[in-house]
Design a protein around this ligand. Structure first.
Ligand code: FE2
Length: 386
């Protein structure tokens, strides 16, 4: 396993040499989910993941088509949206995909320019630049489609000082469970269909000005039964990282195929959120009822010290503690990382979350892929979808 890691070439320093970043992104703004029951989903994300009530839009604020709850935790903003009648087009998305991510919003300095730069390079329009105002100022938003029915919304909020967006009111709640130490979105992964990975890699290069800084082929990401391929795309300042997966042929059905079948198309597979203290975060999430994939076998943990030693890193955490929580460890030249994956957070085996703590490593846990996928396959076998 370790040899595979060594062969991974991080070419970050070579990226964007002399290249002009025509789409400067300040960070992830918000992630919007279309869900069947936003009120209950909001309760779940508060109770289970420690998100805090932030903003609301619904019948009480004059909205008639849909209702949205906005939750925050440190830099992360999640929006949960449900249609209020059968006439809303949001229903079509939920009928086809189930609950899932519709919008990955990106914070920009100039939304009109972001829209012009991307649509002139071939992006399909979702929303032409639109100015929304209230007593707190104005926000400009514009959107383009990425893979499947997923959208990137550009959000310009430099002239706005309200809670979230015009039309929303501050959401005060008497129910405020403690935060779980989730800080920011580290990366968001998309699953696309057979032979579509390179199509979308090129789309992110051409339309968004991203670079492919890390690739994994099916020889690196496989188990006895199934395989996948993955390429990581990053924007100019490295704040936005979007790995893209496609299935690869194996003896049985790849987890990516399972996702595509149940999501009925391409979409967001997982959202990785960063913490500074994964032991504390995962302990809390587990006691809140968050379900994680099964813990890797004993042999996995026996191999960890050797793996870290190979790169001369010292593990600061207690390995027994990590093992008892099912947290996985990976290392590369620059450091190590700690990570764990939840089970899907809806009944269709589609979207899930990753909790990650980086201790210098900039990778994505390639050394854990095999243990992770074997764990996913055990779940697939239970579902009869392997
Ligand atoms: Fe990940």
């Amino acid at each position: 396993m370790a040899k595979e890691i060594k062969s991974v070439n991080y070419g970050l320093e070579k990226i964007f040499e002399g290249a002009q970043d025509f789409l400067p992104l300040l960070g992830t703004d918000y992630v919007e989910f279309y869900v069947g029951n936003a009120k209950q989903a909001a309760h779940f994300y508060k109770t289970a993941f420690g998100f805090q009530s932030h903003a609301y839009r619904g019948l009480e604020t004059g909205a008639t088509d849909s209702v949205s709850y906005v939750l925050t935790q440190d830099k992360i903003k999640l929006m949960l949206t449900t249609p209020l009648s059968s006439k809303s087009s949001i229903n079509d998305h939920i009928v086809k995909h189930g609950d899932g991510v519709k919008i990955v919003a990106l914070w920009v300095e100039d939304a009109r320019k972001a829209y012009e730069e991307t649509t002139s390079r071939g992006a399909k329009s979702y929303l032409e630049p639109k100015v929304e105002k209230d007593e707190h100022g104005e926000v400009v938003r514009a959107g383009i489609y990425t893979y499947g029915e997923t959208v990137h919304m550009f959000v310009e909020r430099k002239n706005y000082n309200g809670a979230f967006l015009p039309g929303f009111q501050k959401w005060e709640s008497d129910y405020n469970p403690p935060i779980a130490g989730l800080k920011y979105i580290d990366h968001m992964v998309g699953n696309v269909g057979w032979n579509q990975m390179d199509v979308w890699v090129k789309w992110y290069e051409d339309v968004m000005g991203f670079e492919n800084f890390l690739s994994f082929d099916d020889k690196q990401i496989h188990t006895e039964y199934s395989a996948l391929m993955s390429k990581v795309m990053s924007n100019g300042n490295g704040r936005i990282k979007f790995p893209i997966n496609e299935p690869a042929k194996g003896k049985k059905r790849s987890q990516i195929e399972e996702y595509l079948d149940f999501y009925e198309g391409s979409g967001v597979q997982h959202i990785a959120v960063a913490t500074d203290d994964i032991i504390k975060t995962v302990s809390q999430l587990r006691s809140n009822g968050v379900e994680f994939l099964s813990t890797p076998p004993e042999a996995y943990y026996r191999a960890v010290p050797g793996r870290l030693e190979e790169f001369s890193h010292e593990l600061r955490e207690d390995i027994e503690k990590l093992k008892s929580l099912g947290i996985m460890i990976d290392a590369d030249e620059e450091g190590y990382l700690l990570q764990i994956f939840t089970k899907p957070v809806e009944d269709r085996p589609t979207l899930f979350f990753e909790i990650i703590q980086r201790m210098g490593a900039r990778g994505f846990g390639a050394g854990n892929f095999k243990a992770l996928f074997e764990s996913i396959e055990r779940e697939q076998a239970k579902r009869g979808t392997l």
